[in-house]
Design a protein. Sequence first.
Length: 320
Amino acid sequence: MENQIEKFDFNLETLIEFSFFNVVKMGLELGIFRNTGKATTLEELLNSIDVPNRPYLKSLLSTYYDLGIIEVNENRVRNRKFLRTFLIKYDRLSDVIPEWIQLQDRIVEMATYAFSSFENPKVTMDFDKDADFWNTRLSNPLNNLYRKIIAKIGNLKDGIRVLDLGCGSVSPVELGRYVGPNGEYVGVDFSPRLLSIARRNIKTLGMDWVHLKEAEIRHIIPKRKYDVVIMSFVLEYIPEIYWTVAKALDFVDEGGKLIIVEPFRENFEHIAAWEFFEKLTKEFHRFPRKADIIDALEYSGKTARIREYGKSILVLELPY
């Protein structure tokens, strides 16, 4: 499992490096860095760039600020000197999962169209309207890799009870298969179209131990406890992290586990570059910090053992 975790983190790091390159490339194409030298204020810089979607342009400039590429003092903006090198060892090339590169290239292309409008038909990042794209994204081998890691950490096997918060369209089959036919998998998601895809697949496979519920995580009420509760790549869409994690812990049985998979901000220096592209989904907020989860545990008033797996997985284990 250690090799799988290392491979997963390595691919996230590489994805973020590619994102850094792409946000800089966008600035060059739009003439932002050239105009930064001419404009004296942030407003002048915004007015000098011919982009209809000004909120997204502001988001790009904010990303440059977060990455240390530009600085703003008393509303005056200027470029900062920076050096960014991207090195990848030859023997790590075989660890790169190529499918996410193709998907990320599509998202970068969407971002160029989003500068005209978020409503541009080429921008297909809505969970419901563009469920087919999201299903493709959730099916790619990078996502399959972290689901395999979750299955091992959670010791998913026939007979146990699993609650998956923000399950999407693929996890109900890929994680649900481990616990049947005598266990139970409950997947919760707010997207009816993603759940529709999942329901079709579990019906085809006859997985009658898998149950799906359409709801927002913040609105569900604990009625029973589960051996394993999963939150994978969902907290970035929820502003109320403390409350949400505390509520997820209410579902965990004694001796059970809450497994959280996220690219935690402390562990990925230039994560703001990836976030710029994820903002094409209107629900996106920001990737959480590891400290947010630890603070949420304290906020909940519960006692749990915290285990860290690599850079992207935290597990909260409740005592018996």
